[in-house]
Design a protein around this ligand. Structure first.
Ligand SMILES: [Cu+2]
Length: 149
């Protein structure tokens, strides 16, 4: 198994589409292009309370999301204001995940193998509710939600 490590220094400002691959172990729903992407977020409908991203002194909002072997995102629902948002995805388990940020004009994924963390920075100006499915496990319910308001 290839373990890829991404640090905060590898944060990527998205100018279009970002795809980090190189993961040798896909989940049962496949890698990029798998079935996990098209499913609407269940969290949006369930009314879960949102964790609010923290505004830093540099004007970047930050939120850390832990993913695990039970296919959970914690928190599952994130709220932020329009602007720059930095996600840190921390994998507490061994199962690889690839959390996709389905945001028009700012798509990106946080591809994280077991016991690693990855950081993705996006910029969102349009308020809305955006799905964050895991590309490997989305159809198994591993879907988060970003609320920009
Ligand atoms: Cu996953």
């Amino acid at each position: 198994m290839i373990v890829k490590r991404m640090s905060a220094a590898a944060a990527v400002l998205l100018t279009g589409s970002l795809l980090m691959s190189g993961c040798a172990v896909w989940g049962m729903e496949g890698g990029p292009g798998g079935q996990g992407a098209a499913v609407p977020s269940a969290a949006a409908a369930s009314g879960l309370p949102a964790a609010v991203a923290t505004m830093g002194p540099d004007g970047v909002q930050r939120i850390e999301i832990t993913v695990d072997d039970e296919l959970r995102l914690t928190p599952q629902v994130v709220a932020a204001r329009p602007g720059r948002i930095e996600f840190t995805f921390r994998n507490a388990g061994l199962t690889p995940h690839d959390i996709a940020l389905r945001i028009p004009a700012a798509a990106g994924t946080g591809n994280i193998n077991g016991h690693t963390a990855g950081t993705v920075t996006i910029e969102v100006q349009t308020p809305g509710t955006y799905p964050m499915p895991c590309l490997y496990h989305g159809t198994s319910g591993m879907r988060g939600t970003l609320q920009v308001r």
